[in-house]
Every structure is written in structure tokens, then in C-alpha cells.
Design a binder for this molecule. Structure first.
Ligand code: PMP
Length: 405
């Protein structure tokens, strides 16, 4: 693979920041966009912009076609059995809230258990807390071990028939841990528990096959996989989607409406009230084409090499504590703590050398408490990053040590 040529597909990366070549190490927050995605957005607005599903004119037909083709592409991208199992959302957060407010409200009762893990992003935690408050259900979590993996024995104790839903992150955005999603779904299924996998950090980084994973719901955000912001996917198994009531009411989700009552379309349209993010959906389809053009296995391998090289090189910095698995099996991000600098000071220092990183709790406050750190600094990678950029990061960490001590 010619990764240097692939990198040149991303115009934003070719710039100076604070007088240095930009080193973008914040892809776990949002990825950069290749030219083909940017062009798909401007082509749509320049040539095809029109509302979908509602008109018989040429532009609307083009927009509707592109929109529904994108649904098929998204289904293929994650291995769904049918495009009708693909609901377009604003992103991972909205997908989880949709499940909580529809399936959750319909199925959870006083005393039922919602099981999550100790490494969830707030968006896979707060919606379940709200649901628990509304229904009287109880929220429990699987503890995280010192090495950043889940406590396997605790899973056996906690994953009981009292649990109605097990929602867990596929790749942790704060530790880089890759959870064994297939095995966890099988264990949940064995006791009749519905599963939701938060794929915000895994989609676009590795091949995803929801049928092979055996999950009931899977959520992702387009902006973390080369697509635009404000668009994501909720996958739901049709047998579940069919039983779920709508969440948002409005246009496009109804069959008929009177003042007294309404009847609703089948999934996925039942869950897509109002004018959708048409440009976002078209941009997401372009991102899927782009990623599949490179090959998800190739991306996964390259991500993996970058993360391994980063852990190895960053370990050379005295006073560094790297969170998460120290082994090679980790996602393409490294979160760390330096005993000589607060994450915010370090991120500012790195910024003055052209490096973009994130410092803070990364929306995982309970996990920060678990590891007794106020926050961490996170360097996160994608296939457009290079080993030279990691060398540059390590140089800057050494420079920070000299500066802060
Ligand atoms: N889950 C994980 C693991 C994440 O990393 C993120 C984004 N940081 C989210 C959920 C939320 O995604 P979004 O803000 O795109 O809805």
C-alpha cells in the first residue's frame, strides 16, 4: 500500500500550524475527510440538492436515489442482512438515545438490569441512566482491570437473566482496548440478553460484520470514519426494529394521520422523522466507497502498526504512564499521563509544535476515576498518519520534559 499517496487525498493535512507541519493526532475525536467526500458534498449541493421522497421532479428523484443507495452501501459496510435495518441518525449518541427511548422504554421495568462496562463513553452511559430513572431499572457495570481489559469473572456474575440489555463499547476511546464483541454478544445471547455495540471507534478502522458479531444493535458516527459530521448509523435487527415504537414524530415516518391517531411506516422510515441530513448521507456513502477502496483489512493492519510503534516509542519517555493494554492488541490510540505535566499544559505545548492532540477526560469520567487520573493526553491515529509523525511526537514529548521540569 502506498500510504503516502493515500495521505495526499486529505487536503487539510498539507498545512503549517504554528510554523510547523501539521501533525494531526486527534482522529478519535473526528477524522479528516478525503477529497472524494468533500467533492461528493459540493456535487450534491451544486447539482442535485432537493428534498428526498417527497417530489416527482428530476432533482428529487436524483437525491432520493443517492439517499437510498447510501443506505444499501451502509448495510453492506457493516454486514447487515437488509438495508431496512439501517437507520440514519446524527451519530452514535443519537443512535443510543433512540434505542433507549424506543426499545428501552417499551421493554424495561422496575428492577430490570441494564449492563454496561466501566469504560463507556458518556454517550453509552447517560442515556441508560435516564432510562433507568424513567423505568425504575438498575444500571450496573463490568469493572475494568488494571491492564485496561474487562474483568472476565465479573462478567459471569453480572450477566444474568435479570439483565435486559448489555451495551458495551467495541474499542475504548480512552484506553484503546478492543473488547471481544463477538464473544460478549454470544454470552449475552446465551442468557437471552439484548446487545448494543458502540462502534464509534471501530467502524472505519476494521471490517465490521454485525451478523458475525451477533449483536442486536450497532451504532456508529460517520465523522470518525472519513464522513461528514452530523450523520451516523443505527443498525438494529429487523425482528427488534419491527416491534419498536417511533421516537420522533413528524413527516416521512407516517402511513396516515388524523387528528385522533396516526399509523407509522415500517422500519427504517418509522425512525426517520423530518427532512434528513441528505448531504451527510451522500457524504457518508462517499466515505464508505473510499474506505472500501483502500480495504478495511489494510486499514486495520496499518492502524495496528502505528499504535504498536507509538506504544514502543512513547515508552522511552521517562515519567510516562500509558493506559490500556500494553500488548499489541489495541486500537489506534494511545492515552497517557506524564508525571511532569498536566494534560492541558502538554496539549498546549504540543500545539505550539504543530501537533494536534486531546487532553482531558475524553467523556469517560468514571474511567478516569477508576485509574485515579484527572485526565489523560490522547494521541489517536488513522491510516493517513505516518511513523515519522510518531517520531515527531516523541521528540516533542522529550522537549516537553525539558521544558516542564
Ligand atoms: N462512543 C465512543 C466510544 C466515542 O469515542 C464517541 C465519540 N468520542 C462517542 C461514543 C460519541 O460519538 P458522537 O459524538 O459522534 O455521537
Amino acid at each position: 500500500m502506498d500510504w503516502h499517496r493515500i495521505r495526499s487525498d486529505f487536503p487539510i493535512l498539507d498545512q503549517q500550524v504554528q510554523g510547523h507541519p501539521l501533525v494531526y493526532l486527534d482522529s478519535a475525536a473526528t477524522s479528516q475527510k478525503p477529497r472524494t467526500v468533500i467533492q461528493a458534498l459540493s456535487h450534491y449541493y451544486e447539482r442535485d440538492n432537493s428534498n428526498v421522497h417527497r417530489a416527482l421532479h428530476e432533482l428529487s428523484a436524483r437525491a432520493t436515489d443517492a439517499f437510498e443507495v447510501a443506505r444499501k452501501k451502509a448495510a453492506h459496510f457493516i454486514g447487515a442482512a437488509s438495508e431496512n435495518e439501517i437507520i440514519f441518525t446524527r451519530g452514535t449518541t443519537e443512535g443510543i438515545n433512540l434505542v433507549a427511548n424506543t426499545w428501552g422504554t417499551q421493554n424495561l421495568r422496575q428492577g430490570d438490569v441494564i449492563l454496561v462496562t466501566g469504560m463507556e463513553h458518556h454517550s453509552n452511559l447517560v442515556p441508560w441512566q435516564l432510562l433507568a430513572q424513567r423505568t425504575g431499572a438498575v444500571l450496573k457495570h463490568i469493572p475494568v482491570l488494571d491492564d485496561g481489559t474487562l474483568d472476565n469473572e465479573a462478567i459471569d456474575t453480572l450477566l444474568t437473566e435479570q439483565v435486559k440489555l448489555f451495551a458495551f463499547v467495541h474499542i475504548s476511546n480512552s484506553l484503546g482496548t478492543i473488547n471481544p464483541a463477538r464473544e460478549l454478544c454470544a454470552r449475552a445471547k446465551a442468557v437471552g440478553v439484548v446487545t448494543l455495540v458502540d462502534g464509534a471507534q471501530s467502524a472505519g478502522h476494521m471490517p465490521i460484520d454485525v451478523q458475525d458479531l451477533g449483536c442486536d444493535f450497532f451504532v456508529l458516527s460517520g465523522h470518525k470514519m472519513c464522513g461528514p459530521t452530523g450523520i451516523g448509523v443505527l443498525y438494529g435487527r429487523m425482528a427488534l426494529l419491527e416491534t419498536m415504537p417511533p421516537w420522533h414524530g413528524g413527516g416521512e415516518m407516517i402511513l396516515s394521520v388524523s387528528f385522533e391517531t396516526s399509523s407509522y411506516k415500517p422500519p427504517p422510515h418509522r425512525f426517520e422523522a423530518g427532512t434528513p441530513n441528505i448531504a451527510g448521507v451522500i457524504g457518508l456513502a462517499a466515505a464508505i466507497d473510499y474506505l472500501e477502496g483502500i480495504g478495511l483489512e489494510n486499514i486495520q493492519r496499518h492502524d495496528h502498526n502505528l499504535a504498536n510503534y507509538a506504544v514502543q516509542r512513547m515508552s522511552e519517555v521517562p515519567g510516562i504512564r500509558i493506559l490500556g493494554p500494553q500488548s499489541g492488541h489495541r486500537g489506534s490510540l494511545v492515552a497517557f499521563h506524564l508525571d511532569f505535566a498536566h494534560p492541558h499544559d502538554l496539549v498546549e505545548f504540543a500545539n505550539s509544535h504543530g501537533i494536534a492532540m486531546r487532553g482531558g477526560h475524553h467523556c469517560t469520567q468514571p474511567l478516569m476515576k477508576r485509574f485515579k487520573v484527572p485526565g489523560t493526553t490522547r494521541a489517536s491515529f488513522y491510516f493517513y498518519n505516518t511513523l515519522e509523525e510518531i517520531n515527531r511526537l516523541v521528540e516533542v514529548l522529550f522537549a516537553a520534559r525539558a521544558f516542564f521540569t
